[in-house]
Write a protein that binds this ligand. Structure first.
Ligand SMILES: Nc1ncnc2c1ncn2[C@@H]1O[C@H](COP(=O)(O)OP(=O)(O)OP(=O)(O)O)[C@@H](O)[C@H]1O
Ligand SMILES: [Mg+2]
Length: 320
């Protein structure tokens, strides 16, 4: 089966029923989170609903530079330490020529899910007008021996050619597990080795910054972890930040929120930014819509809050 056929099946699985027209973005929820495909042509012209009979063709390089949702640093609540540390990366990406061998190259973002790691990588790319390559580490594992190494080399080569570029390697722990946690399969260690070569900078890759992300750096392979010159921690939001996040996203809700959001600051300890947005605000909005209500009431919010399952996150000491 050719890649085209595979892509078509994959695309229909995700987007069947969507009505699209030229210029729309179809967001990939599976392989590369937050990656979007742009609709460049539809036949017949106008609007088309994707059905079983729709033919879908992929044009151009799948991992081309993308500029999906644009985040800037001002969208990120809290994380002042991270923002401060990112300044040097911003300076470099804006002016790669002045750094020579002192360029920032590889950084590691770590912290619990939903705390803004991907968002920050996007903001970095936006602020510096860089190309952004969002890649899940497991996607680098090839089918045959040699595939993975080739993919990695090509990724860095491509990023170099479109520099300034940010490569965001998500879920690094999926391939870079410490040996004591996993018997590393041949193909995985090949990928790690190829990655180490690129991170080490044997190829110049000027104007390319690699950001890898993980929820749990403690389980990373030591050689791999040591290759990152800087580690930046993303913590769960404190009460003040939770209030700010709730306020920020309340304003963006399509329905008016007639409820006191402050009540939820104390109750949402342990919630990430994503939790606040999705499990609380979005869930409340959906409840309001289902009831054909024009406003989101305190009750919608409270019901959404009560429906949030208790956290089963790993113990805190794992994030060290
Ligand atoms: N500090 C924050 N300020 C504003 N919004 C936030 C913040 N943290 C999270 N969010 C919201 O939550 C969403 C999810 O965050 P993001 O995808 O960046 O998390 P992540 O750290 O990459 O999580 P994961 O480890 O699961 O990949 C963001 O798109 C944003 O809407
Ligand atoms: Mg992420």
């Amino acid at each position: 089966m050719g890649d085209e056929k595979l892509f078509e099946i994959y695309a229909k699985e995700q987007w069947m029923g969507n009505t699209i027209s030229v210029g729309d973005y179809l967001f990939d929820q599976r392989i590369i989170p937050d990656f979007a495909f742009k609709v460049i042509k539809v036949i017949p012209r106008g609007e088309v609903t994707i059905t079983e009979d729709t033919r879908i063709r992929l044009k151009g390089d799948e991992r081309r530079e993308i500029k999906g949702i644009r985040y800037t640093f001002s969208d990120i609540v809290g994380h002042s330490e991270v923002k401060k540390k990112c300044k040097i990366i911003i300076k470099y990406l804006r002016n790669p020529n002045t750094f020579g061998e002192w360029a920032p190259k590889n950084v590691l973002f770590y912290g619990p899910p939903g705390t803004g790691k991907t968002m920050t990588a996007k903001a970095l790319a936006t602020e510096t007008d860089s190309s952004l390559y969002l890649i899940r580490a497991t996607d680098l594992i090839g089918e045959y021996v040699g595939d993975g190494a080739k993919k990695i080399h090509e990724l860095f080569k491509k990023a170099s050619s479109t520099a300034p570029s940010v490569i965001f390697l998500d879920e690094l722990d999926a391939i870079g597990l410490d040996r004591s946690y996993q018997v590393i399969r041949g193909d995985v260690s090949e990928v790690v080795n190829a990655l180490l070569t690129e991170l080490e900078g044997l190829h110049e890759n000027k104007g390319v910054v690699t950001i890898a992300a993980t929820n749990n750096p403690a389980i990373l392979d030591y050689a791999l972890r040591s290759r990152f010159e800087e580690e930046m921690e993303f913590k769960l939001p404190n009460p003040k930040e939770r209030l700010e996040i709730l306020r920020k996203y309340s304003k963006k809700l399509p329905l008016k929120l007639e409820a006191d959001i402050r009540e939820y600051v104390g109750k949402t300890e342990g919630f990430s930014g994503r939790d606040l947005k999705e499990k609380l605000l979005k869930a409340a909005l959906h409840r309001a819509i289902l009831e054909d209500s024009n406003v989101i009431t305190q009750k919608h919010l409270e019901d959404a809050f009560k429906a949030v399952p208790p956290k089963s996150s790993p113990p805190k000491e794992m994030f060290t």
